[in-house]
Design a protein around this ligand. Structure first.
Ligand SMILES: Cc1cc2nc3c(=O)[nH]c(=O)nc-3n(C[C@H](O)[C@H](O)[C@H](O)COP(=O)(O)O)c2cc1C
Length: 336
């Protein structure tokens, strides 16, 4: 299956969790653009599960292999209109997923995927709905981050809260859920600095209108807000408006940033701030109610396999990747 994003920077992700490989085709990068593969690998490693008690036990080295459109070794240069990378899937245990074709996991895409695509779609490991598909997104996002960094733009995300708590209590919240054979969700906050004012456009060309779809494309995302977000609905105009002023260098700034650096879909030049809400991991080890799609009876399900007790931990670089692709796409509109 293939899924595509972008108007100027077109990113097309293909494959499935337990297929031989997954990959990404990137269209629109200027010829001669440099890609530092060591830096890209370091970014990919931030997403990989490793041995963290907060992540799945699945081992995914996630090494991007260039398949076309680039020249060189180590420091690659874009040499064609389409740049392609793939990642070989190495650690798959499809047997863990056989039963789920018949008895769908509550909270996962097993049931709706079958409604939409029928029962022949390879759903092992979550198929094209798996978080595995965010590895190719991180290739495109890692490259976009490198390009943006050269223009003085940096994108930094961090965990904002887990299961409603902040700070030191977050780790305990995940371990508590794991021990109870359960899972927990949370929020990632990202700040983009160095972004010039004047990026974006009216209505569907707006920066929020561009970023929201790519953020919602990340599995388990159930909410996206910019600046004060949903809290703005409870504020007075006098509280929510961000007063303008000239700083000592004559640059236009705002005293507060409730708009999250965006007015009318166009960047103000203040930091762009977004928060992304992730639901708890659907695959939990405790018994749940479900249905048997073959016998058409109600049944019980205990999900097996290796799952993240909290997806938020690994989602941080994924949010950065999605934002980098979306922002670069908006910036390339200005070059047209
Ligand atoms: C980094 C990351 C890791 C994830 N790991 C798992 C997992 O181990 N088990 C699982 O059931 N879902 C996991 N998910 C969530 C599912 O992929 C997602 O909930 C599912 O595809 C249904 O899509 P939806 O939640 O967007 O509706 C993960 C999501 C992310 C972003």
């Amino acid at each position: 299956m293939r899924s595509s994003f972008g108007k100027n920077l077109k990113v097309s992700i293909w494959g499935g969790s337990h297929e031989p490989a997954i990959g990404v085709d990137i269209e629109g990068l200027p010829l001669g653009t440099e890609i530092d593969m060591d830096e890209l690998q370091a970014f990919m490693d931030r997403r990989a599960p490793g041995n963290s008690p907060f992540a799945t036990k699945r081992k995914e080295p996630d090494v991007p292999v260039a398949k076309g459109g680039v020249e060189g070794d180590g420091l690659l240069k874009v040499a064609s209109d389409i740049v392609s990378f793939e990642i070989i899937n190495t650690d798959t245990r499809s047997a863990d997923y056989k039963a789920l074709a018949k008895v769908p996991r509550p909270g996962h895409a097993d049931y709706t995927a079958r409604l939409r695509y029928g029962d022949q779609l390879n759903m092992a490991g979550g198929g094209p709905f798996s978080a595995r598909m965010t590895a190719p997104l991180c290739i495109a996002g890692g490259i976009a981050k490198q390009i943006l960094a050269k223009q003085g733009i940096s994108i930094n995300a961090e965990i904002y809260s887990i299961g409603g708590v902040k700070g030191d209590a977050m780790e305990a919240k995940i371990l508590e859920a794991k021990e109870a054979l359960d899972s927990v969700g949370g929020i990632v906050e990202a700040v983009v600095t160095g972004l010039p004012g004047g990026i974006g456009g009216a209505m569907y060309d707006g920066i929020e209108s561009t970023l929201a779809p790519i953020l919602f494309g990340i599995p388990a995302v159930k909410g996206v807000e910019f600046g004060a977000g949903f809290k703005a609905a409870d504020m007075l105009g006098s509280e929510n408006n961000d007063p303008f002023y000239y700083d000592e260098n004559g640059c236009v700034k705002t005293r507060t940033n409730n708009c999250g650096g965006i007015l009318g879909g166009i960047t103000t030049g203040m930091p762009l701030i977004t928060r992304v809400a992730f639901k708890p991991t659907p695959s939990i080890a405790r018994e749940q109610d479900s249905i048997d799609l073959e016998t058409k009876e109600n049944t019980k399900l205990v999900v097996k396999g290796r799952h993240d007790p909290c997806v938020v931990v690994r989602a941080v670089p994924i949010v950065e990747a999605a934002l980098a692709v979306g922002i670069l796409d908006c910036m390339m509109e200005l070059d047209k």
